[in-house]
Design a protein around this ligand. Structure first.
Ligand SMILES: Cc1cc2nc3c(=O)[nH]c(=O)nc-3n(C[C@H](O)[C@H](O)[C@H](O)COP(=O)(O)OP(=O)(O)OC[C@H]3O[C@@H](n4cnc5c(N)ncnc54)[C@H](O)[C@@H]3O)c2cc1C
Length: 277
């Protein structure tokens, strides 16, 4: 029989993790799939109900989210941006959103994880804690490759934070088999701040077309300061640059060819319509 440990506080959870080898879980919606055939090798540590990990705060500079906050809680919170809520509404189904957490989505580090393109686009940082340490790491450095992060055996993801930056254009597309309970074949997040028809800032990130989210600040910088005519003049070059940095694969959900073709078409649409969306 599997062993479950239910700590009463974050401190107790971290102390247990410093003393024994356990597998933490929050909503369990990824873990249950992982162990549908295999027997767990170590005890589970349930961190889903720890109140120190369930919050959304606006401290003026950052939106700060506790890792065990569920999707349903995020949807109900007024500090969460409208675009992030639109993205969350496309994740799974209401029952999974009642259990699944933002921290689980990040730590599971799937290339198809749906919160990641937005969080990469927002230059989000994650707070990693152990019994005697705490550090913030940019999410792009935290996730190393599919299913692998920098987290150590005795550490937990505590907080996800991103700056309250102002963009006036937001765009998101998720391509899946159907609307509910469908993992992404690919996804696309874009946002921009455009004033007097000039691009002051722009972020573009793509999910499930590379081992980790594809985002490249150097390409985004090529678009800064451009008006519509300027953007049109380098649009094909920009698309070519993204074509070079993505590395889609064939798997049970889609083909590399489909992913490449569709994500670049969505990019083209985003660039052509950015002034009017
Ligand atoms: C039917 C179904 C549909 C789904 N649809 C989608 C979808 O549309 N889009 C999508 O992105 N995902 C989807 N998922 C995947 C899953 O629901 C999400 O990834 C969810 O966010 C995982 O959160 P969780 O709390 O359940 O993770 P858990 O299963 O609890 O944990 C996942 C992993 O993260 C680790 N972990 C969790 N919290 C922490 C922490 N604080 N610190 C350190 N490690 C931690 C665990 O050890 C485990 O390795 C779906 C899953 C199912 C079963």
């Amino acid at each position: 029989m599997e062993e479950f440990i239910i700590p009463k506080s974050l401190n107790e959870a971290l102390r247990i993790m410093s003393e024994m080898d356990v597998e933490p879980f929050a909503g369990g919606t990824d873990i249950m799939v992982k162990y549908r055939y295999d027997k767990p090798a170590k005890p589970f540590l349930f961190i889903g109900d720890l109140k120190e990990l369930r919050y959304v705060k606006d401290d003026g500079e950052y939106i700060r989210i506790g890792s065990s906050t569920t999707y349903s809680e995020l949807l109900e919170n007024r500090n969460i941006d409208k675009i992030f809520k639109e993205i969350i509404k496309k994740i799974a189904s209401p029952s999974i959103r009642n259990r699944g957490t933002i921290g689980g989505n990040i730590c599971n580090a799937s290339p198809a994880a749906d919160t990641l393109p937005f969080l990469y686009g927002m230059d989000c940082e994650v707070q990693i804690v152990s019994i005697n340490n705490s550090r913030f790491i940019p999410i792009k450095d935290f996730i190393i490759s599919p299913k692998r992060t920098l987290i150590l055996k005795n550490e937990l993801l505590k907080e996800i934070r991103y700056k309250k930056e102002k963009f006036n254009k937001y765009f998101y597309r998720k391509i899946g088999l159907r609307n509910a309970n469908s993992l992404s074949k690919l996804s696309f997040f874009g946002c921009a701040r455009i004033k007097k028809n000039i691009i002051e800032d722009i972020r573009i990130s793509m999910g499930a077309v590379s081992p980790v989210v594809a985002r490249e600040r150097e390409i985004e910088k090529m678009l800064l300061g451009l008006d519509k005519k300027g953007l049109n003049s380098i649009k094909e070059e920009i698309i070519k640059r993204y074509e070079d940095i993505i590395h889609p694969i064939d798997d049970q959900r889609s083909t590399a060819e489909y992913r490449r073709e569709i994500v670049l078409r969505i990019l083209n649409y985003f660039l052509e319509n950015i002034y009017i969306i």
